[in-house]
Design a binder for this molecule. Structure first.
Ligand code: URA
Length: 200
């Protein structure tokens, strides 16, 4: 299956309750051959209305962080753990993550990026298979599935709420992304389970 076919499948998905409240499925956007893939949590109101990830205030901040390391939004691929908006932006529920997971897994396989940047707890915990919090996990590069580099950082919405400390931490993590793309990041030794992509 190619990315377009996967998108068509996602757009018809009714596997969980979010299908009944969404306006649009927010599959993902960007260069299908990107070296860098960003994974957020779930669409918010603007994303649900426009069908594109990170188009609201958090997205503008994200574009700025990317710009600071010399990357245009169009050069990367951006997706979320959930493809449909949870009502009132509540947290994703475990069964929603379970039923949506195959889409993200296939996106990662098809895009096959060299570096993955996870934004916030939901994406980071899912991809690194851990219950640890983002505050402890971020600030490092991890060797991940198929020799890729995974870099966890805060969700940009946390930076909008949390101020300078979070913004500075995210700048540090984006600098790690730059180093990883340039082949210069030193990665932590992962837990063996983290070297495998999450399964069905
Ligand atoms: N927050 C996310 O995690 N993803 C989006 O697409 C928008 C806001």
């Amino acid at each position: 299956m190619n990315l377009e076919e996967l998108k068509t499948r996602a757009e018809a998905c009714t596997s969980c309750r979010l299908a009944s409240t969404r306006t649009n499925v927010v599959f993902g956007v960007g260069d299908p051959n990107a070296d860098l893939m960003l994974v957020g949590e779930a669409p918010g109101r603007n994303e649900d209305l426009q069908g594109e990830p990170f188009v609201g205030a958090a997205g503008r901040l994200l574009n700025r962080f990317l710009g600071e390391i010399g990357i245009e939004r169009e050069e990367v691929y951006i997706a979320n753990v959930l493809k449909c908006r949870p009502p009132n932006n509540r947290d994703p529920l475990p069964d929603e993550v379970e039923s949506c997971k195959p889409f993200l897994r296939e996106q990662l396989r098809l895009i096959d990026p060299q570096v993955v940047l996870t934004l916030g707890n939901f994406a980071t915990r899912l991809l690194l298979k851990t219950d640890a919090g983002i505050g402890r996990l971020r600030g490092k590069a991890y060797r991940w599935w198929r020799e890729k580099t995974l870099i966890p950082t805060y969700h940009p919405a946390a930076a909008l709420r949390g101020g300078d400390r979070i913004v500075e931490a995210m700048r540090f993590d984006f600098a790690l992304v730059r180093q990883a793309l340039d082949g210069a990041a030193r990665s932590e030794d992962p837990e063996p389970a983290q070297l495998e992509l999450f399964d069905r």
